[in-house]
Design a protein around this ligand. Structure first.
Ligand SMILES: [Zn+2]
Ligand SMILES: [Zn+2]
Ligand SMILES: [Zn+2]
Length: 138
């Protein structure tokens, strides 16, 4: 795990710091679950909010994580796929928000409907959020 995290930071051209390693470790453990900054705060002792905020911004700009607006009012973040790089995200997958347990899951394998826009409108990013009840709460 440790090696994988170092490799990810190096690949993203980021200096390795203890906090960055700890935050990235939590993302790796969360897998396809999106987590909020308060979730991360609860899991790392002694990290201050501003440091964490900066790390999340840096990670997002470097293509390590993407943000998810799931309608819960909290911004959550999840690990990116390998195709993402700095300033170039490809996370146009569906996010599922469970209203019962308040979790958000990245769903890479769900086929998305094609979006056809009127002429002269250009898509730059797409966000798909589906809310409902997850398999654990069903
Ligand atoms: Zn991404
Ligand atoms: Zn649930
Ligand atoms: Zn996602």
């Amino acid at each position: 795990m440790e090696d994988k995290i170092l490799e990810m930071l190096q690949k993203a051209d980021l200096r390795v710091t203890r906090s960055r390693k700890e935050v990235l470790d939590i993302f790796c453990q969360s897998g396809d679950q999106a987590i909020s900054s308060s979730d991360i705060e609860h899991n790392i002792t002694g990290i201050d909010r501003i440091t964490l905020y900066r790390i999340l911004k840096t990670f997002e700009e470097s293509g390590l994580v993407h943000s998810v607006a799931d309608g819960s009012g909290k911004t959550k973040y999840a690990l990116c796929s390998h195709e993402c790089s700095g300033g170039n995200h490809h996370d146009n997958h569906l996010h599922f928000y469970c209203r019962v347990c308040d979790t958000t899951t990245c769903m890479d394998h769900v086929k998305l409907p094609a979006v056809r826009l009127p002429q002269d409108y250009q898509v730059e990013e797409m966000r798909f959020v589906v809310a409902g009840v997850c398999k654990d709460c069903h």
